[in-house]
Design a protein around this ligand. Structure first.
Ligand code: RTP
Ligand code: MG
Length: 138
């Protein structure tokens, strides 16, 4: 079964959206296989978003992602990488479909509530970045 990494970003946690986001995952047949709350260090955020290190928003993004606690989850289900991306909506909430998490709750292109892996390769890297094999429930 496919797995992906989801993160409820600091703005999602501070807006009180942990339950709302998890409710949407479960209502759509996605299983939570692992979950933890943590506050990332700057180094941890830089490593996580290393693919974006040349982007103009890298500094701001890594500051934002370390600004408060996040909830990291391993999601499991059929086609879950794409399914999660669909539930999240477009990066820019103004372009996101109605009924998506970002359209409903994002406040800014950066403060867009959730992260989701975008391919099987990034999912494998991102899951192992936060979870070891004993923390992922079969
Ligand atoms: P994510 O990685 O967080 O799931 O989001 P994504 O794939 O939809 O977007 P991506 O291009 O990977 O960008 C990562 C995060 O960086 C912030 N961002 N800011 N200021 C900007 O123009 C800008 N562009 C992206 C967002 O928080 C985005 O989710
Ligand atoms: Mg991305």
């Amino acid at each position: 079964m496919e797995q992906t990494l989801s993160i409820i970003k600091p703005d999602g946690v501070s807006q009180g959206l942990i339950g709302e986001v998890i409710k949407r995952f479960e209502a759509n047949g996605i299983r939570i296989a692992a979950m933890k709350m943590l506050q990332m260090t700057k180094k941890q955020a830089q490593g996580f978003y290393a693919v974006h290190k040349e982007r103009p928003f890298f500094e701001s993004l890594t500051d934002f992602m370390t600004s408060g606690p996040v909830v990291a989850m391993v999601l499991e289900g059929e086609n879950v990488i794409e399914k999660n991306r669909t539930l999240m909506g477009a990066t820019n909430f103004k372009e996101a479909e109605e009924g998506t998490i970002r359209r409903d709750f994002a406040t800014d292109i950066e403060k867009n509530v959730v992260h989701g892996s975008d391919s099987p390769e990034t999912a494998a890297f991102e899951i192992s970045y936060f979870f070891n094999q004993f923390e992922i429930i079969k």
